[in-house]
Write a protein that binds this ligand. Sequence first.
Ligand code: GLA
Length: 403
Amino acid sequence: MRRWARTMVGRVACGAVAVALLGGPTSVAAAAPLPAAAPMLAATPPMGWNSWNRFQCNIDEAKVRAVADAMVASGMRDAGYRYVVVDDCWQGARDADGFITADAARFPAGIKALADYVHARGLLFGIYSDAGAKTCGGRPGSQGHEYQDALTYARWGVDYLKYDWCETGPRNAEEAYRLIERAIAATARPILLSLCEWGTARPWLWTPTVGQMWRTTGDITDKWDGKHDYAYGVTAIVDLNEPLWPFAGRGHWNDPDMLEVGNGGLSDTEYRAHFSLWAMMAAPLIAGNDLAAMNAATREILTNREVIAVDQDALGQQGHRVARDGDRETWVKPLSGGRRAVLLFNRGARSARIVASWDQLGYPPTLTARVRDLWAHRDLPRATGLVAATVAPHGVAMLVIAP
Ligand code: GLA
């Protein structure tokens, strides 16, 4: 339906131009009315919560309901978080006709009731499945049941599907993800598709794009750096995701995995850096902590509206690193209205002075601009030619520069 609408818009517009070039009637108003374009599912990076990072398979309907309540009470919904996503291990067996059922011990009221509960709080509901025979947690996967599962999700009121890649054997990833996308489209319910293929088959190269977001890496873990078994620390994920910046844009986003903010493995300074880097990378902001038990510092990080606004900026451009000098990094993200978000990021163990020059921002050297500090929530003196800050170890200064 969405594709059809887009094609028709293209055809009508081209027809009008051709008529004009041939010297015929030039009035665009005379052309047939354009069909209304379907709203884009992820014009800005999706925001929400997912159960996996904090709870793994130890999930049940009471925990999800508590998180939905907390998303409202904490102010996260009002800050832009929308999706409540149940990750792996919600599934029971398939019934005699092959339809998937919920694990009755963990979700006795069923998934539809849970989706209703979430919707009643002004939120959207997401679920997880897998392109293989089994999910990574060993539950039934969707292979061979794609249309049946998409229909089931639509009937339950699902708004978001995270689709994983375990137990897929020799399947072709692009074919498998296009198949579930077609199955979703056949339900006519707008369901956001989140690809979780870990970047192996380079989904950012599949054009036109499949789904609204694609994982670019293996799993994140609540550590600062390095690789730990199959999972990566925050800065290791950053280094894998950063070079992919040209592939993100309105409606389709690189996904460096869910947030670990508030899960206890890092300091608040490091979590601020983690959150800022995700915003600079226009990443989906999917909280992965227990929202029902978070402290004030975690809530302040996750609801920093000035940082969220950088992530959600209407231009939809992913930021990237423009300079690196040992542990000192300068990042830039172009924003709407000619503004720039600037991140001065210190990876090192000692405080460091880090500079961003107008040249790195693409501004003429004589330009004078307003400077806003997004973590201090205050305006700094106007600047010409450069901005600089002394940045704490594993910390950031995050600024918006406005000409
Ligand atoms: C994979 C995914 C994770 C999570 C688990 C669930 O590891 O990458 O994000 O969904 O499976 O089993």
